[in-house]
Design a binder for this molecule. Sequence first.
Ligand SMILES: [Zn+2]
Length: 264
Amino acid sequence: MLKIALTLHTEKLDADNVWYQVEGMLSFLQKRHIPASFFCTAPTHAYYRNQPYFSETKWINRINQLAQQGHSIQQHTHFYAPDGTKTGDFTLMNVEKRLTEDYEWLQRQKFTPTGFVGGGWTINLDIVRFLARYNYRYDCSARTFSLDYLKDRDQALQIQQPCLFNFQDYALLELPTSTSVATFMKSLYPFSGAKIYVDVPHSEPYALIYLHDYDLLNPKFRIALRVALSWYYRRGCKFLTTDELADIVSRGELSYQVLDDSRC
Ligand SMILES: [Zn+2]
């Protein structure tokens, strides 16, 4: 049976209109006992703090509400330049600074992330090294699907099955994200050709769906998500957090490819 992990790139927790829709989503999930994984940005950067609705208190209260409802809290960092602009700065110094700022903020709120997804799907060896050094277990920044705007970018990874970055002194599991909500919805139509899952040799497949918290502002998007989740729920699919998915891999129930120094 297909395993399904629902992930939200959570970036606007303090915006009341976004939170109102997240709450609606939470009650939909609670009724069905569907756990989600919230990959949260932390309000550490000027980009967030300059928003007119910025409130760190709301951010903290709301992230705690997500956790209290049994959802998984993980890290999502955008590598915005230090000067407060939204443009990415992928120098080692900025990458480490941004990762550390967000990690430490989450820790101050008593959350220790073990999973990560990069803002704009950014992943490179500097990020992998940081994550491994800070004892994260897995990353979901790789995708099985292509995105036009990432075609010529170095710091992005498209792979078709899970892999382990395995170096002399560290290892990190890469669990690729496998579908957008639009493709998830299309998969309900026979002959659509929409593939939502990762084929894992000798194991059952899994689907890792992503959306942003602010995507829920769009009514068509909300309906599509609920219809597709309900359809797979009624078919008896197993919903799980990304932590649980990583556990399954660790127990050897889901195979993966090993990438060592020479292949990275
Ligand atoms: Zn993002």
